[in-house]
Write a protein that binds this ligand. Structure first.
Ligand SMILES: [Zn+2]
Length: 396
């Protein structure tokens, strides 16, 4: 079944054709009309009620055809402006939050997520080691003053998750006017230090998009990651993060539960975030999530949850055919480059579809144990794409 994804035009998305979401939507759907002034932020692939995919052939929604929901939600994101600083609750917390405040926490599910860069990608992810935070606090005196002597002394005496928590709480609970004064002071008097620490560009751009927002100062607490295409981060429950810039594919448990605390015009739940978040800091290199290589063509990103896994495909154009081994679970393929003839089995029998950039295909349960990617006419480009599925790799 070929699908059309659901495009979301949030204002933080990239504009016009510069957005990977717009490029893929255009390639996917001949009826898609591009507006150069419009922002294209996300494309959703799956059965989530807020953006369910449509079966091209019949116009039916995927959830109606499957008569059930997929355990995961697959997305392409195209980011021009930082997304909110956030954590996602674990399953237990999600159930409680949904019960207590269903208007904010819309479902009772957890939302672990995996982001794989499509273009150079910047994100904040988890706390830095406490010694690094201490050094920043010392170097940027306005921040030290904002946090106050008591909190800073504690960070010096015992740099650990506990003292980082004290400092971060102090920051998040500071007066809005004090926060914006601190940011203005750093912006004015600490250009050299920001540049030396390779924070100048990101400090300026986040401050331009969210002037005076407490999230700007989170740059001195959280790991700033620069991902190259194919590199990934995994965000488990209570892992603080913010995507800043770039295009990625993202897969997550089918949920929309977000606890926000900065860089957003949306509702901030600072108390809940401070209650949930994991303050244990690690070096940024340890934040990159490494895939498992199956063979020359396939790598799999296997998170520590059962809801989803992501298969990365790269089939050299010279290769006549490639047979991908799969388990009997419904999967979604998105093609990024190249052309191949996809051979699979469906309830109605064997099927062949030519797929190319922008194609989104639901691979049904009946296709197991393999789908074939055969060489198509006149294509000298390598074939690349991603497949989201239930995490049967973990069960196995
Ligand atoms: Zn998130």
């Amino acid at each position: 079944m070929e699908l059309t994804g659901w495009v979301k035009n949030y204002e933080w998305g990239r504009r016009g054709i510069s957005s990977a979401v717009a490029q893929l939507a255009m390639a996917n759907d001949p009826d898609f009309t591009l507006d150069d002034e419009e922002t294209y932020a996300e494309m959703w692939m799956g059965t989530h009620i807020c953006g369910v995919s449509v079966v091209k052939e019949t116009g039916e929604t995927l959830d109606r055809v499957l008569k059930s929901d997929l355990p995961y939600l697959f997305k392409v994101l195209s980011i021009n402006k930082a997304l909110s600083i956030q954590v996602h609750p674990n399953k237990c917390e999600a159930e409680r939050l949904h019960q207590e405040r269903p208007e904010i926490y819309k479902d009772p599910n957890h939302k672990p997520e995996l982001a794989i860069a499509l273009t150079p990608f910047k994100a904040l992810c988890g706390f830095m080691p406490p010694e690094d935070i201490r050094d920043y606090v010392d170097e940027f005196q306005p921040l030290s003053q904002l946090l106050g002597k008591e909190a800073v002394d504690q960070l010096h005496e015992s740099p650990n998750a506990e003292s980082v928590k004290v400092c971060y709480e102090q920051l998040m609970k500071s007066d809005a006017s004090e926060i914006s004064k601190c940011i203005a002071d750093i912006a004015k008097n600490y250009q050299k230090e920001l540049k030396f620490n390779e924070l100048l560009d990101v400090f300026n751009s986040v401050n331009a998009d969210f002037p005076g927002d407490v999230g700007v100062l989170s740059l001195f607490f959280l790991n700033l990651l620069h991902l190259q295409p194919g590199e990934a981060i995994y965000l488990g429950a209570n892992e603080i993060h913010a995507y800043l810039d770039g295009d990625c594919v993202e897969c997550m448990a089918c949920s929309d539960n977000v606890i926000r605390a900065g860089l957003t015009p949306k509702y901030k739940d600072v108390e809940q975030l401070l209650d949930s978040v994991n303050f244990v800091g690690v070096h940024p290199d340890l934040k990159k999530f490494m895939p498992f290589r199956v063979d020359e063509q396939v790598q799999v990103y296997i998170p520590p949850v059962s809801d989803f896994a992501v298969i990365s495909l790269k089939i050299q154009h010279s290769l006549k055919t490639y047979k991908l081994q799969i388990q009997p679970y419904g999967s979604i393929l998105i093609v990024l480059n190249g052309v191949r003839t996809l051979r699979l089995k469906t309830q109605a029998g064997p099927k062949e579809i030519v797929v190319s950039r922008g194609s989104i295909v639901y691979i049904p349960v009946e296709s197991a144990p393999e789908v074939e990617f055969a060489k198509a006419e006149d294509c000298d480009e390598d074939f690349t794409g991603y497949i989201a599925s239930f995490n049967y790799f973990r069960v196995a």
